[in-house]
Design a protein around this ligand. Sequence first.
Ligand code: BG6
Length: 515
Amino acid sequence: MAEEIRHPFLHGLSKHRGAPPTVVVIFGASGDLTARKLIPAIYNLAHDGLLPADFHLIGFGRKAIPDAEFQKIAAEAIKEFSRREPSPEVWARLAARTLYVSGGYDEKPAYDRLGARITGLEKETGQQLQALFYVSTPPTVFAPIIQNLGASGLAARYLRQARQSKVIIEKPFGRDLASAQALNRELTTVFAEEQVFRIDHYLGKETVQDLLVQRFGNAIFEPVWNRNFIDHVQITVAEQVGVEARAGYYEQSGCLRDMIQNHTMQLLALTAMEPPVSMDAESVRDEKVKVLKAIHPLRLNADARPRDYARAQYTAGVIGGRPVKGYLEEQDVSPASATETFAALRLSINNWRWQGVPFYLRSGKHLARRVSEIAIRFKRAPGSLFADTDRSILAANTLAFQIQPDEGLSLVLNAKIPGLETRTQPVKMNFKYATTFGSNTPEAYERLVLDAMIGDGTLFIRGDETERSWQLCSPVLAHWAEQGRKGLDTYASGSWGPKSAEELLAANGHSWREP
Ligand code: BG6
């Protein structure tokens, strides 16, 4: 019981993964992400006993509301979006440590008030608190927030000590190379790189972390993980939803910025990187940067092939039996919009491991199903001992990491059909997370908020990493902006994407696998 009082939240985590006493400050406290993801994530960390004994949450926003009102908003968010039923006891403990500070993001005195509130908490509890600033606002106010965290001295609290301040920056991290570089400069004038946690929530997904365990924890994969055995790689991040209520944002973004530059490129980096010397943040990120650096610039030829991309917009169609509108008919979308809702890239990696192995990436909204997967297509078995005929089918072996939903791993092999002659058929070996481990796995944001509190940047993006990814995507975006609607393909909602994406693979004798 005494242990319970000293550590009201801390149980069930290995000792070295404990965070010091912390105050998390969320900028953009009334935003959608805060309600849907951040507050439920913090609640579930509390529920699982993973928060430090002295944990406090401060919402910061423009609206002036009392603490009690923010606690009510937080409680409602948990009720609506938490992955598990809220427990009144856990919430009561957290609610008592949930506060609110109001002020303009560019208003220095507001940051002084925030600082005073944090020091007040330190006095009350007799503890030095690490401050973790979570910037979850529209990107237009990233710069004033960072500058004011610097000017108010909040960024430099306990600098170079374990409890030094940390900052999490939500996406979008820039909209092209120049703006990402500018944001990195802004950040590094105020913070040291090890204080900065650039988030990509895909890295917090269990299955994405499992990719590293599968690749480097099993001796059977590494010997075949190269150009001698692998024919090509397909990475799909497909969504069934359209732009919904986010057209205002999406019109300025598009699929390449929204999904490919960050999430899909991260999946590629983890699939293609060399084994790191250890799992610490720098070793892992060094390898990711190295592989991103080895990717050839894309061929952009406007009128002639080869070109390394496809881009398209969804038109009206049917999803889940219901008719849906085309992108141009969506609310807040310009009828002349050239924003792509689907993008596919063909990337070549210029190194010893991957030379000659195409990596195909695709992502889109209003596709047939919500599914993210990484499919490794191996070369076909040589010779013709078991000929591929109309009675015998020999498939290329495919190892597929099912990122979501239906998380797992599958391997396509060829087997003999039982019978008195030798006929073959592809069969599938399946590992399902839910069957082995149960289905109530933590949300990505739980892991990421906890890691940032601990100061572990392994699952966050380093400054040079995001810039390298933009270096590849920026010329494509500039080219598309110049082309406007010229060459913009379409696809019916509910399909697997445009014809041009099929052609991108067909040019190399490949085709997309249906996930
Ligand atoms: C976000 C994008 O980063 O990721 C959204 O802005 C997208 O457009 C979302 O819907 C997809 O995330 P998840 O975790 O649902 O695959």
